[in-house]
Design a protein around this ligand. Structure first.
Ligand code: GLV
Length: 327
């Protein structure tokens, strides 16, 4: 029997490829080469399915070269690399990997809050550089986590996970702002209080960004917002590059307008704004918030299962544009 052809655009777990190969004729990229858009389109020309990651842009230009494509399964919960209207217009199903990464990503968000507030990376660099010669009373004195006010911008599943860790684990006072307010039940679960964005910026001791990227959230945190934060506050971005104006943040960190930041995502990543690389009061990680072995495996499996289920039974497990395609 001739198997349908799919493309796995990036390197993945060998067992994921093996599973896909039971159903499909798979073209893979285990060398993890970086393909141009033209190269991606060329490789999709004869494919019905694609396994993508957040780094692979699927838009009208790519779709124009992929006339047989029926589904793109993203191995990420975020999907701003997909032009959903363009995919819907061409009848291409889009899927992502929600839920399976929520707790792991919330763990990491909280880890970045702690590393940032307690100056863990900065002090480690100091020690490794051989600068530690004696104890001193204010050495790398940071700010407390327990009892502090944790602000969350974007209160989806991951935001709620971070809120629960802060409120229940560390006795934090949790405030949040979101496009829509949570139900009273969820607010009680998270011990979180809804506030305006302005109050969030002004009152949070530690502000965590967990909102999806869109034109509306572009530079949601820029110079004006940073100016409203406390000089002792910390900022953590585990959402998407572009939500923070990285150039403005570098200036704010340099001028100690805020105390410190922890960033897992960057505008134009994997490039990082050069000024962020030179300021000491920022923890920088390479977009790894969901990266525990079990969770990355679960994400890969869910993306693979979306391809298998949609291409063999016409049923996507975690569809993003099912309504548009049905219309
Ligand atoms: C990672 O950033 C994701 O969206 O899953």
């Amino acid at each position: 029997m001739i198997k349908p052809k799919i493309l796995v655009a990036r390197a993945v777990f060998p067992q994921t490829l093996e599973r896909l190969s039971q159903h499909f004729d798979v073209e893979s990229n285990q060398a993890d080469e970086t393909w141009s858009k033209a190269e991606l389109a060329r490789r999709l020309a004869d494919k019905v399915g694609a396994f993508t990651t957040g780094s692979d842009r699927i838009d009208a230009e790519v779709l124009a070269g992929a006339p047989h494509l029926k589904i793109c399964a993203n191995m990420a919960v975020g999907y701003n690399n997909f032009d959903i209207p363009a995919m819907t217009a061409r009848g291409v199903m889009a899927t992502n990997t929600p839920d399976v990464l929520t707790e792991t990503t919330a763990d990491f968000g909280f880890a970045l809050v702690m590393a940032t507030a307690r100056r863990i990376a900065e002090s480690e660099h100091y020690l490794r550089a051989g600068h530690w010669t004696k104890w001193s009373y204010d050495m790398f004195a940071g700010s407390d986590i327990h009892g502090a006010t944790l602000g969350i911008l974007g209160m989806g599943r991951i935001g709620q996970g971070i809120a629960k860790r802060g409120a229940h684990g560390f006795g934090m006072n949790v405030i949040y702002h979101n496009r829509s307010r949570l139900s009273a039940e969820l607010e009680t679960d998270c011990k979180a209080r809804y506030v305006s964005k302005e109050e969030l910026l002004k009152t949070a001791d530690h502000l965590v960004l967990v909102l999806p990227y869109s034109a509306a959230s572009h530079h949601a945190i820029g110079a004006a917002e940073l100016a409203q934060m406390k000089p002792t506050a910390t900022l953590v971005n585990i959402a998407r590059g572009g939500i923070v104006d990285d150039a403005a943040l570098a200036v704010a960190l340099k001028n100690k307008q805020i105390a410190a930041a922890g960033l897992d995502v960057f505008e134009g990543e994997p490039s990082v704004h050069p000024d962020l690389l030179t300021v000491p009061n920022v923890v920088l990680t390479p977009h790894i918030a969901s990266s525990s072995v079990p969770t990355r495996l679960a994400m890969a499996n869910l993306a693979a299962d979306n391809l298998i289920s949609y291409l063999t039974q016409n049923k996507a497990l975690t569809p993003l544009n099912a309504d548009g395609l049905a219309a």
